[in-house]
Design a protein around this ligand. Structure first.
Ligand code: ASP
Ligand code: MG
Length: 452
């Protein structure tokens, strides 16, 4: 079987849902389980309605829910022609939304939104989108069934440990395999239950990828496909290099590195359960279904090129501290303790005998306090407005001269490099440059290595 997941934009409108349905119906694999995200924008509206209810403002959450209702009813009209199915759909959407409205009113009385309540609120997004898609497929005469995973996790579950995942996996396969045997395509909600700690805290936004990975693992999928609105992971940001190419295959490690460096097609942690079992995860484009996409595998491949992708991170601040003797023992500890005290995380580090430079991205508002503390021990310099450009790819280990070429390309374009760091795993090299050079830097490096 295949586990297919369709994201918010693939479910964004009636037209998108029809395209998604086309992909499902014409899919090469007969047995598939589909998982969907909420229609794009709906999870945000639901989170907003939860916040509204805390302001005791019924009007405000009424607006948000009204919008949720309007969007789904409008899609339903275009998606379902059969009168009986249509009536069923209208009833379902209306009832579900009025239940949520009652729930929000009750929350005003309680006076707080717990993680569990928050989960109950956002679950509606995936319930409605999965329902719409299943109904549309039935309207087309296809064998499909709406599967609400909202209550699959038992209320008793306390921790997200192995036992929890084993039980969940067992339940998913018991639920889905009998349908697959009858060639029915289950359309599952990406929201899979009120999990300990709340799904947004424990998994994060984009949790439907996680659900698709768990389903793929539970049903021993040949492949998991994450359908989105880009043709995979690219060699760089196509807004900067329009001819950037799609990467055929990437290792889990490289995908994680790229995500941490700002490339946000997928949050790799969510697919780890499947990758660990050696199930291939492929990113596919709903708007261009015949494109191959990018395969994420446990080991990756050698692309034949010196690396896979170039990333940039903007708004980087360099903090440089100096003291007479940076080699004094314990001085680094003191330095990092100050950053930790202000909860500011450090990205790159570069040291000399008399100074240390680090880069930080967030925590701008806490920097003045940090600097004040650091100045008690060091001479401190702060420069904001920088960019980190990084090249990422495991093949770098076996290519000589990659860093030489990288820095020559930057040097030839008269771009000054402020700090350099080669990842300890030899899977990336980062350079810090002035923000104003960001676009040109990416373009010259892409051209140097990929020819366009
Ligand atoms: N709809 C949820 C979100 O926007 C979950 C998902 O898209 O996977 O985060
Ligand atoms: Mg999403």
């Amino acid at each position: 079987m295949f586990s297919l997941k369709f994201g918010g934009t693939s479910m964004g409108s009636a037209e998108n849902i029809m395209q998604t349905a086309d992909i499902i119906v014409t899919h090469e694999e007969k047995k598939k389980v589909v998982t969907v995200s909420a229609m794009s924008g709906i999870t945000d509206l639901l989170l907003q309605s939860a916040k509204c209810s805390m302001k005791e403002d019924e009007l405000c959450y009424g607006d948000a829910l009204g919008e949720v209702k309007r969007i789904h009813l409008k899609a339903l009209k275009k998606l379902v022609k059969n009168k009986e199915l249509y009536d069923e759909g209208e009833k379902f959407i209306t009832e579900r939304i009025s239940h949520l409205s009652e729930f929000l009113t009750a929350l005003i009385v309680v006076g707080e939104v717990s993680a569990r309540s928050n989960d109950a609120i956002i679950s509606l997004g995936e319930i409605l989108s999965a329902y719409l898609l299943a109904l549309h497929l039935q309207d087309r005469g296809e064998k499909s069934q709406f599967i609400n995973l909202e209550n699959i996790v038992s209320l008793r579950a306390q921790k997200l440990n192995n036992e929890f995942f084993n039980t969940l996996s067992h339940q998913l396969s018991e639920l889905l395999n009998p349908l697959l045997e009858k060639n029915i395509t289950p359309i599952c909600t990406g929201f899979f239950g009120k999990i300990p700690g709340g799904i947004i805290n424990a998994v994060g936004r984009g949790y439907s990828d996680f659900t698709a990975a768990l389903i793929g693992k539970a049903c021993k999928a040949k492949e998991i496909q994450i359908w989105t609105d880009v043709s995979g992971i690219l060699s760089t940001d196509p807004r900067i290099v329009p001819k950037a190419h799609v990467i055929d295959e990437i290792s889990f490690g490289e995908a994680t590195e790229l995500a941490n460096l700002g490339a946000k097609v997928i949050h790799p942690q969510t697919i780890w359960p499947a990758v660990k079992d050696d199930i291939l995860v492929r990113i596919k484009n709903t708007m261009a279904p015949s494109d191959n996409g990018t395969a994420i595998t446990r080991k990756g491949n050698n692309s034949g090129k010196p690396f896979k992708s170039i990333t940039i991170q903007k708004d980087i601040t360099i903090v440089t501290v100096r003291s007479g003797d940076m080699t004094e023992s314990g001085i680094m500890l003191q330095l990092f303790q100050e950053f930790s005290h202000y909860d500011i995380s450090i990205d790159l580090i570069s040291t000399s005998e008399s100074s240390v430079s680090v880069t930080i991205q967030n925590g701008e508002d806490r920097v003045p306090d940090l600097v004040e503390s650091l100045e008690k021990i060091f001479l401190v310099d702060v420069e904001s407005g920088n960019t980190i450009i990084a090249i990422v790819g495991e093949e770098m280990k076996n290519h000589i001269g990659v860093s030489g070429k990288l820095f020559s390309a930057l040097g030839n374009a008269k771009i000054n490099v402020r700090m350099i760091s080669q990842g300890a795993n030899e899977g990336n090299i980062s350079a810090v440059i002035a923000g104003k050079n960001s676009v040109e830097a990416v373009q010259v490096v892409h051209k140097e290595f990929f020819g366009v």
